[in-house]
Design a protein around this ligand. Structure first.
Ligand code: C2E
Ligand code: CA
Ligand code: CA
Ligand code: CA
Length: 279
């Protein structure tokens, strides 16, 4: 409740005040973080089902906060989106992923792809296609080794425009992936128009696989649908051997999850080399 105190001081509950302060502080830190180069990418391997080889990685953003340690996107992405910082930050992600790709290629890993996540605001930038092409060229990376992960919800925000942008990118050779599939509301007809090469089943469905019969039905249906549309299927959040076996049996092409590999720094990937497959 908002009671004016004697000195007009008690406008918010103390807890509310602290929360607002924390958010303000975080927002301030977030702007500084770019200059201070506190952002990092970690990479989670994607395995050909059931257990390898590694076909590529998904780049996942982390913030090495000076006081709070390594922060996950859940903590700062909503804020970055609200302030618009996600646009330059997202452009940095694309460029850094391309740089990493070229480094891995120089080390002989020419079959690896890297997937980057695009937020809605970033996806809506008219300069996006040029930004991506510039980074690919700057680092001498073949377009088809870069995969853009766009959530079903992002794609549906402006469906016709999404088809246009993704067509432009895929015409240039870049790959597109529909992320968090099953959580949005895209129609079959729309899905058919999207020039994507793969579909990622949302973790929520994979999580329930062994315990909930209904979700097994949904996952089977998603995989069947993807096959009809000639899309590869990636399952994310694979945590148990049971899920791994079941998803493979259902025809999933690619598996990603803690069971096979957690997101790790590029240093760890370089030092482990190909033994990463046997993790
Ligand atoms: P996402 O794209 O769905 O990414 C998968 C998330 O699931 C990652 O969380 C990953 O670490 C986590 N994960 C992977 N395997 C498992 C598993 O077996 N079990 C469980 N419980 N989790 C698993 P993370 O890294 O915290 O990222 C969260 C979300 O933040 C991502 O969800 C993505 O939407 C967003 N994000 C991450 N990096 C970027 C980025 O560079 N740009 C944008 N726009 N969004 C990003
Ligand atoms: Ca993703
Ligand atoms: Ca996802
Ligand atoms: Ca997700």
């Amino acid at each position: 409740t908002k009671h004016m105190g004697r000195n007009g001081y008690h406008f918010f509950q103390p807890s509310m005040n602290t929360l607002a302060q924390t958010q303000l502080q975080l927002m301030n830190d977030l702007w500084l973080a770019t200059e201070r180069k506190e952002f990092r990418l970690v990479y989670q391997p994607k395995f050909q089902a059931p257990a390898g080889p590694i076909i590529g990685f998904e780049a996942l953003l982390r913030w090495q906060h000076p006081k709070r340690g390594m922060l996950s996107p859940d903590i700062f992405l909503p804020l970055a989106e609200k302030t618009g910082l996600i646009v330059p930050l997202g452009n940095w992600v694309i460029d850094e992923a391309c740089r990493q790709l070229s480094e891995w290629r120089e080390q002989g890993n020419i079959d690896w792809s890297v997937a980057v996540n695009l937020s809605t605001l970033q996806f809506e930038q008219p300069s996006l296609v040029q930004t991506i092409m510039d980074s690919l060229q700057k680092h001498g990376v073949p377009p088809d080794t870069l995969i853009l992960e766009v959530t079903e919800t992002t794609a549906m925000t402006n469906p016709d425009e999404s088809v246009r942008v993704l067509t432009e990118l895929t015409d240039a050779g870049v790959q597109a992936s529909i992320d968090d599939f099953g959580t949005g509301y895209s129609s079959l007809l729309y899905l058919k128009r999207l020039p994507a090469c793969e579909l990622k089943i949302d973790r929520a469905f994979v999580r329930e696989l062994s315990s909930d019969g209904d979700d097994a039905t949904i996952v089977s249906a998603i995989i069947a649908l993807a096959k009809t549309l000639n899309l590869k299927v990636v399952a994310e959040g694979v945590e148990t051997a049971e899920q791994q076996a079941f998803l493979t049996e259902l025809g999933c092409n690619t598996l990603q999850g803690y069971l096979l590999g957690r997101p790790v720094t590029p240093e760890i990937i370089s030092s482990q080399g190909n033994t990463l497959c046997q993790q």
